[in-house]
Design a protein around this ligand. Sequence first.
Ligand code: TRP
Length: 355
Amino acid sequence: MSSHKPRLVSGDTPTGRLHLGHWVGSVENRVALQDDYDCYFLIANVHAFTTRMERPLEIRESVLDIATDYLAAGIDPKRSTIFIQSEVPAIAELTFFFSMLIPYPRLMRNPTIKDEIRDKGLGDNYPFGFLLYPVGQVADILSFRAEIVPVGEDQIPHLEMTREVARRFDQLYCGVDSHTEDRDYVKNGGLFPVVELKLGRTRRLVGTGGPTPEGNLLKMSKSLNNAIFLSDDADTIARKVKSMYTDPKRLKATDPGTTENNPLWLFHETFNPDKAWVEEAKARYREGKIGDMESKNRLIEVLVALIEPIYQRRQVFAADPGQVLAVLKEGTAKANDITQETLRLAKMAMKQDYF
Ligand code: TRP
């Protein structure tokens, strides 16, 4: 039975549908790991409120969109549990206790927090809850006593914080010695394993657009309008690839082009299974012996082959939102069973079990 397998937790903040960046960063790994781990996938709707508290209906819609994307992408509710963060109260309760174990200056040094404040233009106008969300993420993970978390590179600081809180809790309340190896915390009496992270095969997927004035390609993101979604149909994919940024200095197919920092070739490197063709075509591109059109048409074929089956399955689930809700309801009930048990054990360890 699944309960003998180590637990895995991951999830997404519902701020839109899932795109190829989510796929290579984490979703692809999640689909592949379903047989080896007891998997819990959360839709982090509470986190969505940190930056869109004035748009509750949009968050609600996105929760259902992401659940539909999960099912379409191959997350199988018979093997894995999909649930809604706000409906699992033990997570919120543990967030409060865990917040005591994180020094405030440590939180303010979290590079992901700093990047988000910059990229989202939050200035010094972000709510207190924005700073709380990494602590909430620690609780998302530890409330399942998870051992592994597949995420993208941008989540590394949050995972490091999760590991620190697990060690700190186990040392303070479970008597685990501070010299213990990370992998031995539970064996030595700790409640929380020191989680491992599993990064996606592409560390950071760029979007379809061109570079910033400083010459940096931006990561794929719905808000930057440079994303290809798992819910895009073949025509939309073709249109997006055709208007994709390439080498602007190359005016005709016989001009030599540069493949570096060129989204067209970064996408081929990430998604095209025919590695030999990619290498050979890149060489031709550099010599001006292959056109943008031919290279883009190949990429369209590759991306349509990946996304079309997801798109087709998605149509079926999208036509039956009742079924998607039923999956979420059942998953949330299961998540509550496990996290309530963790909360009970955590309170015992903290000597706060009174009745
Ligand atoms: N912060 C993650 C993101 O924006 C989403 C998330 C919330 C998450 N809780 C999590 C990921 C727990 C992994 C584990 O992508």
